[in-house]
Design a protein around this ligand. Structure first.
Ligand SMILES: [Zn+2]
Length: 246
């Protein structure tokens, strides 16, 4: 990590070789040098990168050591593990949503000799329905925010499509489960199934629009600078300068 103190200044004529594509922090000022230009010094043939914040010259060839190769292999493993986590989280949120929808229908009805009947005067009806719809909205928001951060290279429209399509799955399963339990209450049930799906889709679209901004805000407030700098991709994804470590 030693920057050559005697490195000659980068001349404007030095050819641009590429850009730093990983998180790399300036030894001097702590700035995340990701996207900083990499030059080959004409005289020494060394690959150099200049911190775009403080101007200090760094040895860019550090990025191609044997250790780095193994880090890259570990990175592939971590990426696959992360994709499994994302699929698992999506599945669990869908499962929770299905449970929420079924629980709403179940709680608003009671068993009787002629099958399930809608409960007539339920105490706290609005409080209960609001709570259940609120949880649905939260599940939709968390799911799409997860994708807005993890799949930050997608266009916003794909996050929105995800927000609109995924909630149809738990709703369909809750509907099928419900009509096997109380087929005579299918029409009644649809108002709640659709309400659940609508708030979930709406919350998901809000997450597609603002989820990443909210996560950036939370990271700024909750994380110490060095941990926050690792999340620099959340800033770069929206064309904002990544946070430094100081
Ligand atoms: Zn610097």
């Amino acid at each position: 990590m030693q920057a050559a103190p005697t490195a000659p200044p980068i001349a404007p004529t030095d050819p641009l070789v590429g850009r730093i594509e990983t998180d790399r922090f300036c030894d001097d000022c702590g700035f995340n040098m990701r996207t900083a230009p990499v030059f080959r010094d004409e005289r020494t043939r060394l690959l150099l990168a200049r911190c775009t914040e403080c101007g200090r010259i760094h040895d860019a060839a550090l990025l191609t050591t044997a250790g780095r190769v193994w880090l890259n292999r570990l990175g592939v493993f971590a990426t696959v593990a992360w994709m499994f986590f994302l699929a698992w989280a999506t599945f669990m949120l869908g499962l929770a949503e299905m449970g929420l929808q079924y629980a709403t229908l179940d709680e608003l009805t009671e068993a009787s000799r002629v099958g399930r009947q809608v409960e007539a005067d339920m105490d706290d009806y609005w409080a209960f329905v609001s709570l259940m719809l609120g949880l649905s909205a939260a599940a939709g928001f968390v799911m799409v925010t997860l994708y807005a951060c993890a799949a930050h290279h997608w266009k916003k429209i794909y996050h929105m499509l995800l927000a609109a399509i995924v909630p149809m799955v738990p709703m369909t399963i809750a509907w099928r489960a419900w009509i096997s339990e109380a087929p005579h209450l299918e029409q009644w049930a649809w108002q709640y199934l659709l309400a659940h799906a609508s708030v979930q889709v709406s919350a998901g679209i809000l997450a597609a629009l603002f989820g990443r901004t909210i996560v950036r805000g939370l990271a700024t407030v909750l994380l110490p600078p060095r941990a926050r700098a690792v999340l620099g991709f959340l800033w770069l994804a929206d064309g904002k300068p990544p946070p430094g470590t100081k």
